[in-house]
Design a protein around this ligand. Structure first.
Ligand code: ZN
Length: 70
């Protein structure tokens, strides 16, 4: 008899995935994993983008104002 590793639900017709989880648990686990990865990305992104967006916009404005003088 199939038995889910996470919630312990069991039954003759219970379908388990390759991790031994029922369909509802595999959905929850996948969602948890996605949230953890999203949190990790949020922690990493500020280090990868040290310049705030406003600096980029100011730089572009400077270039546009400077162009007609050349
Ligand atoms: Zn389960």
């Amino acid at each position: 008899m199939a038995k889910c590793k996470r919630c312990g639900r069991k039954g003759l017709f219970l379908k388990l995935n390759s991790d031994g989880l029922c369909s509802s648990c595999s959905t929850i686990v996948a969602e948890d994993k996605r949230l953890v990865e999203a949190e990790q990305l949020e922690n990493v992104l500020p280090e990868l983008q040290p310049l705030p967006h406003t600096s980029v916009i100011k730089y572009n404005d400077f270039d546009i104002n400077k162009a007609p003088n050349i």
